[in-house]
Design a protein around this ligand. Sequence first.
Ligand SMILES: Cc1cc2nc3c(=O)[nH]c(=O)nc-3n(C[C@H](O)[C@H](O)[C@H](O)COP(=O)(O)OP(=O)(O)OC[C@H]3O[C@@H](n4cnc5c(N)ncnc54)[C@H](O)[C@@H]3O)c2cc1C
Ligand code: SF4
Length: 337
Amino acid sequence: MKPFAFARPGDVAEAVREVAAEPNAVFLAGGTNLVDHLRLGVARPELVVDVRTLTSREITDLDDGGLRLGAASTNSEVAADRRVWERYPVLAQALLAGATGQLRNMATTGGNPLQRTRCPYFQDVTTPCNKREPGTGCSAVGGYVRYHAILGTPGALPDPTAPETCIATHPSDMAVALAALDARVHTIGPAGVRTIPFVDLHRLPGDDPSRDTVLEHGELITAIDLPPLPEGTRSAYRKVRDRASYAFALVSVAAVVDDGDVRIALGGVAHKPWRASRAEEILRGGPLTEHAVRAAMDAELAAAQPQPGVESGNGFKIPLVARTVAATLRGLTEEQP
Ligand SMILES: Cc1cc2nc3c(=O)[nH]c(=O)nc-3n(C[C@H](O)[C@H](O)[C@H](O)COP(=O)(O)OP(=O)(O)OC[C@H]3O[C@@H](n4cnc5c(N)ncnc54)[C@H](O)[C@@H]3O)c2cc1C
Ligand code: SF4
């Protein structure tokens, strides 16, 4: 591991100042992702700034009926909170589908959505990777793509030498639920405070795959708000993976349904949690019949670009996503409120 300086500032403002002043500085929360990357040499910061005790660990009721999750609240605490269970089951289910009890006891609300891709080439410092080392190329193209993207990519089999190529997926389960819930992210950074709609937090690779989110350097997440949901809203998370536990999603679905409205977010399919806006539009206001859901998902997935690669590539995700969405919505509409 490359040596680095370590700081434990007294408050959030000082933490932001310290990270902003050093271009190669990072925040540390639960450390369950960052510390692995320090060990592997994927992250090689000059300065690590511990923020774990600086932001709130509370889960508080908001005046509008929503909930505020302090950035330092742990994944276990959020999943076990009665208000989350009762009002936002999709979030509790997504959290409990992730990692293990021990990891969830450490992982935080601020750190979880900012965990980095599990693309095996990203974690292997001996291979070219535009996300880890901009401009070196993408080793995943034509390789092991089972966990890689089918939506929002530059095409099937993009140029592996191009500096903008990246077909990685975002690995967080929690983030998929937050995208479906239209959560809001509060931050403080060198330019002040701002609130970002969760669906806009993560970005597609564009011309810079090294950037996962729209956060500026030194911008710290302080809390995430869950908006109130109308009475009778139902929600659920469904994750498909290679093993029953301790495995990332091949594909996952977060769905939120109330009278006439449906929100669907997909995990394991894109560089960011993917809101299935086209499918939502088609389904809005109508009955969620098998036929309607199939037609909506056909429209959503028409733009999918499966990647060829070893073990027959990742084209299997297209029917898998459609079936997983159908099963999730069936579960919600058959369930008695
Ligand atoms: C074996 C294993 C299995 C796992 N399985 C799953 C799984 O199935 N599903 C899943 O979703 N996750 C899984 N995870 C990932 C785990 O959920 C994440 O590592 C964890 O949520 C990250 O949170 P953290 O607080 O530990 O973040 P850290 O590791 O401390 O930080 C992660 C990143 O966020 C940044 N950061 C942290 N807090 C803030 C903040 N407040 N503001 C701005 N930047 C910040 C850090 O600089 C760093 O870049 C697994 C991890 C392991 C090790
Ligand atoms: S898919 Fe992205 S993260 Fe994976 S090797 Fe290619 S550039 Fe790196």
